[in-house]
Design a protein around this ligand. Structure first.
Ligand code: NAD
Length: 322
């Protein structure tokens, strides 16, 4: 029995995650789902966005389906997303950028770099420490190399010309790639951002540090129809969490217009992770067919609502099973 923790989170998480969960439940009625409340809404009510009890619930799951969390720029608020990634040691954030002719996978180091959580403020300056460790770099590089081995090649996104911490990251990634016999090139992240947009066919698997991966993947969403399209997996040795790349989108929350594709595709990644590639492919195929017949949310130029799009995918999945 696969136990799935479901965290809607905040904003459009309340809209896109129920859609993804219903589709998961339709293809795998044997899964056990349980809801876990995390997020800014909870923090406003209780002063805690994700406490130890909540972490214990998340740890008890075989996989976590996660929406998005609002993180206000408030120095007293600790990002629950970063806390969960750290506490569950979800070191590889896998973000496929796929659609049309584009097929790139960004593997973002997910536990350190500029998001290490070591920061402080003084009256006239504020500091954030960027930590890159050999261990952290090795394990994410190894993950990216395993992926690249069954594909084509690896690119290491970095800023080693300026940052000492990236010299170590590049050295470790190149060594791992040589060991795994994976063709590998290092590229500076600023030029890489532009080149990925102009010549996506040049890229296959890209491994990079935490904030660079965060920014590069949002920019690369442009290639495949925007943020509503990008799923992701956060992988650790013992835990795994699946979430759309987008945030809680307060500007469109509560209007039934959010695109649930990123969330549905995240559910498909969850299925693959628990060893069910057939159901994952069935869900991804159903999404493609629904989009192809013109059922689309407004961000893709259509008029379908979040729930209506989800219902169309559910019907299509059902047709595939019939
Ligand atoms: P966002 O991803 O929420 O939204 C950026 C833009 O993309 C908005 O205009 C939004 O309407 C649009 N968009 C996003 N998802 C969409 C979808 N599924 N369908 C259609 N349009 C979509 O980023 P933001 O506005 O910078 O951040 C909003 C909040 O989300 C912030 O509090 C931020 O900290 C948080 N956030 C959380 C996560 C996470 O939980 N993993 C990730 C990113 C941002």
């Amino acid at each position: 029995m696969v136990k799935v923790a479901v965290v809607e989170g905040d904003g459009i998480g309340h809209e896109v995650i129920p859609v993804a969960r219903d589709i998961l439940a339709a293809v795998r009625p044997d899964f056990e789902f349980f809801d876990v409340e995390v997020g800014y809404g909870l923090w406003e009510r209780t002063g805690c966005a994700c406490g130890e009890e909540t972490m214990a619930e998340l740890r008890s799951a075989d996989a976590i389906l996660f929406g998005a969390i609002t993180t206000p720029p408030d120095p007293d608020y600790r990002s629950a997303v970063l806390q969960i990634r750290h506490d569950l040691d979800l070191y590889a954030n896998v973000r496929p950028i796929q659609g049309g002719d584009v097929d790139i996978v960004i593997v973002r180091e997910n536990t350190e770099g500029l998001y290490s959580g070591i920061e402080w403020t003084e009256p006239d300056r504020a500091c954030t420490v960027r930590v890159v460790t050999r261990r952290g770099s090795e394990r994410v590089a190894r993950y990216a190399c395993t992926l690249a081995k069954s594909r084509r090649h690896l690119t290491v996104g970095n800023k080693a010309n300026v940052l000492k911490s990236d010299c170590l990251f590049v050295e470790v990634c190149m060594a791992e790639a040589a060991r795994a016999n994976v063709p590998c090139t290092a590229r500076y992240i600023d030029a890489l951002c532009l080149d990925v947009l102009m010549r996506p066919d040049r890229y296959d698997v890209i491994v990079t540090t935490n904030i660079f991966g965060d920014i590069l993947s949002d920019a690369a969403a442009y290639l495949v129809g925007g943020l509503g399209m990008l799923p992701s997996a956060n992988i650790g040795e013992r835990h795994a969490l699946f979430e759309p790349v987008h945030g809680s989108a307060p500007d469109i929350a509560g209007q039934n217009i959010a695109n649930p594709i990123a969330a549905i595709r995240s559910a498909a990644m969850l299925l693959r992770h628990v060893g069910d590639p057939a159901s994952a492919a069935a869900v991804e195929g159903a999404v493609r067919r629904v989009v192809d017949v013109g059922v689309r949310t407004p961000d893709l130029g259509g008029t379908a609502g979040t729930r209506e799009f989800g219902a169309a995918v559910l019907r299509e999945v059902g047709r595939g099973k019939a």
